[in-house]
Ligand binder design. Sequence first.
Ligand code: XMP
Length: 520
Amino acid sequence: MHDKVLILDFGSQYTQLIARRVREAQVYCEIHPFDVSDAFVRSFGAKGVILSGGPASAYEAVGWRAPEVVFSLGVPVLGICYGMQVMAEQLGGRVAQAGRREFGQATVQVCADSPLFSGLADRVDGEGRRWLDVWMSHGDAVVALPPGFAVTARNESTPIAAMADEGHRWYGVQFHPEVTHTHQGRALIERFLFEICGCRGDWTMPAFIPEAIDRIRATVGEDEVILGLSGGVDSSVAAALLHRAIGDRLTAIFVDNGLLRAREGEEVRSALARHLGVRVMSVDAADRFLAALSGVSEPEEKRRIVGRLFVEVFEEVARQRPNARWLAQGTIYPDVIESAAGKTKKAAAIKSHHNVGGLPERLQLRLLEPLRELFKDEVRALGVALGLPHELVYRHPFPGPGLAVRVVGAVTREALTIVRQADAIFLDELRAAGWYEKVSQAFAVFLPVRSVGVMGDNRTYEHVIALRAVESEDFMTARAAELPWELLARVAHRIINEVSGVNRVVYDVSSKPPATIEWE
Ligand code: XMP
């Protein structure tokens, strides 16, 4: 049994970051909504509880409270931002609109000897006072401490910037230790986990493998499992893990839809089939996909076609494994959190991301999701521990509809060939220059316009390739990577010289928002 930390979510945009920081410290944690039942909290068996921030006002929002049982479990509690305020309100203190709202970088003075802050300082001033650089984002503040609490950090705008009841091991911080702008934030979270909660840091991927294998075996018994291999990291790692657990009772199905990048199908097949011995069934469905996409230029229509055909082809192949009772998917923890949040929050549909929802029922299969507790960086560490090649495990994300959304407008074989060649040149050069792993995603886009150029003494009238490279934490926001000029010039030169049909290359410098990462 691993040590576990329970994170109760009050809707902060940073809640996932809290969980990532805890996992990075090798402590297992789960995020649950703040209104879970007392019985759930008791049975969770947490070594510590973290209350997240959130958009509500602690003195207004009736019902936005932590379950009372949190304060009678006898385990340490850390309230962050709204989590601190709700803790203050529930334990007899008072919260009010702050005299001065604080958003952004701030400094606070540590003003008590609390184990949460021991040894932490960004600066010590002439009078020996310790200061921390922190990230604030609040309009309300604790204005009266609950009984038993003392102020542990303050600044001019927020006289109660942190508080503690050391006897009960209840802690509150008004700032956000989970964001990197709070320079000692990681250390502070580690102090809470190790010094205060007494966690051991026993959550590692090599330790996860045997447990996951036992769980998979206990779940599927003697049944067969099928899995759709997309070429992405998650499904590849899920396949490698399942293969360790059940060997040949796993069949991975790889659908070549003609929308893959150069060498992609071959790389995935060789890593899994040749290298690890996974049984991979490949199906070449390129003609079928390209015929269905012919003449379609509307992005959402393309996504629908690719999604529908993928399900159809997959179903046909899956029926060839009549003994399969399970469909495995590479669902990871952020997908689980987002789909739970998606049920309650309203989010505008910007792009309909292609997935295989609905498939298990149609095929009468049960769903197996062996990675559903893991964050992306943990999936990668697991992939490496399972023996998958580093290049596969650390490759950039690739959208389900593939190159269909990287050929702007109608998808033709000619455009696919061009974008595939240009993309391969761009990625090769990025790797050679050591930039591939510095950016979060990079690719080439085919634009459906022609521009005039000159080659030798002749006029050309050919296509344009756009290059896109972005840096992003979570792909919800992104900024264009500042690639070195010589690198961009080299890539452009090679593409124009080596890819016939292209006479111009442009670099996309837009941020997301307002642009998106993909062009469609
Ligand atoms: P956007 O373009 O929305 O992309 O800024 C954010 C991230 O999602 C990927 N993406 C997709 N992934 N199916 C997918 O599986 C899709 O339809 C899809 N559209 C975008 C994109 O590559 C980026 O990583």
